[in-house]
Ligand binder design. Structure first.
Ligand code: CMC
Length: 426
């Protein structure tokens, strides 16, 4: 296959190199395009634009394949621990037993937050969305650890610190929102069990997290751990590319994730299912609405920029919902509604023609609900899982010697030059 593409423009011919990835994906390298032709490329929504090379995640949306560092998501979801996946995503390979123990110990050491940071939770209104609180608190960590501003991305102090403290921040935020005393971490527990403990223990009662729930949380976090150059990860890379510190970059990523077209979809899915339930199960009316271009409604949890097939994460989550809900003795009518919607959509030409399938957010909320996570915290759970991906992608970029500040161009469509007119003369 040719190793270059030819662009003909204005009587000139330009050879552009073709880059090939390890799974044989191809890209035309246009780095010299503007210098040689004066042209830039336009690609709204970056549908065809590669912003970097990366060795973290491989995704084949047509085939429904997702791998982190070469390992299939299905294998990782059923066999791995979230922290070993985090290590692998961030540092490039699975840890040895010794490396894993050291990594886990570092994470344990950082599980509490600075006592002064607890006051911040008093300042937020109890109705404040947990994503705004999470983003603010993660950014605030840079004020408490100012050496992060010039930290070496090779130094894992801030990495392990953030991986650990994010659980405490999330759980403290939840406890504050419901008026409960804050529950401090218990470092004898695993990463996920410790999080459950901080979320659900109360001082007056003994609490041992249900091992099946801990296992489900572990899997949920692994399923969300990375997804290559999506909106929030690209945000982390873009902010980080200015040499802003890691906490600042990830705080920005959290905000990008919040939107309902991205991670916020898991909350929107449950709200949609609840509305259908409330309407007495008016599937037909709802489906007509999502297909009507004037309605602005979408079947939330369906469709994906990259997957044109069933999202492999959604398969694992559907299966998880089927097993975990009976274990917890939860009978959730929303699960039946979701399955019915899926059946209808997968036979409807509108969805079939557009290759719209369930994505990771379609079933995850049903599992979160069964576990006792409030609806407005679903996207926070996504962020907890995505953290290793954001850190790994940020670190990969920071360690790339050819790194440049992210700075897209534009085509200006405004007024041409004209004289300023003083206020009195307008
Ligand atoms: N319901 C109804 N129609 C849809 C949907 C949907 N969920 N998704 C896409 N379409 C239609 C869309 O109207 C368009 O139709 P047409 O070609 O007639 O104009 C066509 O399918 C292509 O859609 P698009 O918006 O151009 O595709 P995109 O790649 O820009 O958007 C998406 C991808 C995820 C934003 C979109 O599918 C969507 O809004 N889905 C619902 C929100 C959602 O579940 N987001 C979570 C994504 S997975 C988690 C993560 O972010 O990683």
């Amino acid at each position: 296959m040719a190793d270059h593409a030819i662009l003909k423009y204005d009587g000139k011919e330009l050879q552009l190199p073709v880059i090939t990835g390890s799974e044989n994906e191809k890209a035309i390298d246009i780095t010299t395009l503007r210098d040689q032709t004066g042209l830039i490329t336009m690609d709204s929504g970056y549908k065809n634009t590669g912003s970097c090379t990366s060795s973290i995640t491989y995704l084949d949306g047509e085939a429904g394949v997702l791998r982190y560092r070469g390992y299939a998501i299905e294998d990782l979801a059923s066999k791995a621990q979230f922290l070993e996946v985090a290590y692998m995503i961030i540092y490039g390979r699975l840890p040895t037993e010794k490396e894993y123990t050291t990594f886990k110990n570092k994470i344990k050491r950082h599980s509490i937050i600075h006592e002064d940071m607890k006051h911040f939770f008093n300042g937020f209104p109890s109705s404040g969305h947990p994503m705004s609180i999470l983003s603010s608190m993660v950014c605030a960590l840079s004020a408490y650890y100012p050496d992060c501003i010039s930290a070496d991305p090779n130094d894992d102090l801030h990495i392990t610190r953030l991986l650990s403290k994010i659980r405490t921040i999330v759980a403290f935020g939840y406890k504050k929102s419901i008026g409960h005393p804050l529950i401090y971490p218990r470092n004898d527990l695993s990463y996920c069990a410790n999080f459950m403990h901080m979320m659900f223990a109360v001082p007056s009662e003994p609490y041992e997290p249900d091992p099946e729930v801990v296992k489900a949380v572990n899997t949920l976090l692994i399923l969300h751990a990375d997804h290559e150059q999506n909106c929030s990860t690209s945000t982390v890379r873009l902010v980080g590319s200015s040499n802003a510190n890691m906490y600042a970059a990830i705080s920005a990523g959290i905000l990008a994730l919040w939107g309902p077209l991205h991670g916020g979809a898991n909350q929107a899915v449950i709200e949609m299912l609840q509305a259908i339930h409330k309407s007495g199960g008016d599937y037909k009316g709802f489906m007509e609405k999502v297909k009507d271009k004037n309605s602005n409604a979408r079947l939330m949890g369906f469709g994906h920029r990259v997957y044109k097939n069933y999202d492999p994460r959604a398969k694992v989550l559907k299966d998880m919902a089927d097993k975990l809900l009976p274990h917890l003795k939860v009978k959730d009518p929303l699960l039946d509604i979701a399955k019915r919607l899926e059946e209808i959509a997968l036979e409807d030409p509108y969805f079939v023609e557009r290759n719209l399938y369930p994505n990771v957010d379609f079933y995850s909320g049903i599992v979160y609900r069964a576990i006792g996570i409030p609806v407005n915290m679903f996207t926070v759970m996504f962020a907890l899982g995505r953290l290793p991906g954001w850190i790994g992608q940020w670190r990969e970029m920071m360690m790339d010697p050819s790194r440049k500040i992210g700075r897209p161009r534009q085509i200006y469509t405004g007024e041409v030059a004209r004289p300023f007119v003083a206020l009195a003369d307008r």
